[in-house]
Design a protein around this ligand. Sequence first.
Ligand code: SF4
Length: 363
Amino acid sequence: MKEQPSVITSRSIPKSRRALIGLTTEQLREKSVELGFEPFRGKQLAEWLYQKRARTFDAMTNLPAAFRDALSANHTIGWPEVVSTSSADDGTAKFLVEYADGNRVECVLLPYEGRAGVCLSSQVGCAAGCVFCATGAMGFTRNLTPGEMVAQALVAEDRLVTQSSSATTRLSHVVFMGMGEPLWNLENVIQAVYLLNEEMKIGMRGITVSTVGIPPAMRTLAEEKLQITLAVSLHAGTEEVRRQLVPVARKYPMESVFAAADRYFDLTGRRVTYEYVLLGGVNDTKEEATALAAWLRGRPAHVNLIPWNPARSISEFKAPHREAVARFRNVLESVQIPVTQRFERGRGIDAACGQLAIGKRRR
Ligand code: SF4
């Protein structure tokens, strides 16, 4: 693992200037006209922001100097400060980014053979308080804007371009599984999804939004009829165990979560993924697996098993035994439920699920 000093700073920029990352090409065209320039300059500006990842107005060399001056007088680019970058041997890189107001979140670049994904944060902290989650232990500070979420993807993609060892220079997958409950920031997350798709050219089917299980918001998302994947973090087969692990389960019983997930499938045709963090001796039992299989039998579902990674700040849980993981998987597969086991990446840099937790305000 290595720590890299940042060379980017946004701390000296006055807050009153609005960030450009987060605006669509159409909005940038309007911005161009508003500042007295031709609409096509807005399209060029969008390319600098989302395709070439320009971090200064001076870098936008095909824009007239007067346009660049007008932009910089009224706007910031919106590129966050990259406070630190931690790299693992498998190519995973975790970025700690800081926004203009001093709030920090983490995002993680996940390179695979010939493709690359990024795990984005949607909030500073999280109010859900899942007992095994390092982010949940931080509490909630604020929602991120669409531009702030997209900026994390730009930081990750920039790393792909600057790393000579990268097999690809473009992100193909985005998962909203970092810090925060995305569906409690739904309007901004939906806008971010559109920006990732239309401006960064990431296919809708390559985008996954996770939720701890908020049925009203799941139904709202379903109404959008996006071709993205919905991933429901279930973490239990029985109501009793789920309530112990996921406090919001006391408000939203499993039946209501599955009903909303079914609605998502009905409106989008997209099979729902169920995320299940296996905690040794807690939810990795045969009883939980059998109960989960009963819920999922006949549903268009896919289960992603995630053996627990011991986070530094949450010490009371332990990793499941290998035999328990195999048994859990067998119970589900015996009733034809597709199961994958998440390949653990970035463990050495605390970049695995439930381990992002450094979003403290600096000032
Ligand atoms: S697991 Fe997700 S929803 Fe639960 S506290 Fe952590 S970040 Fe929030």
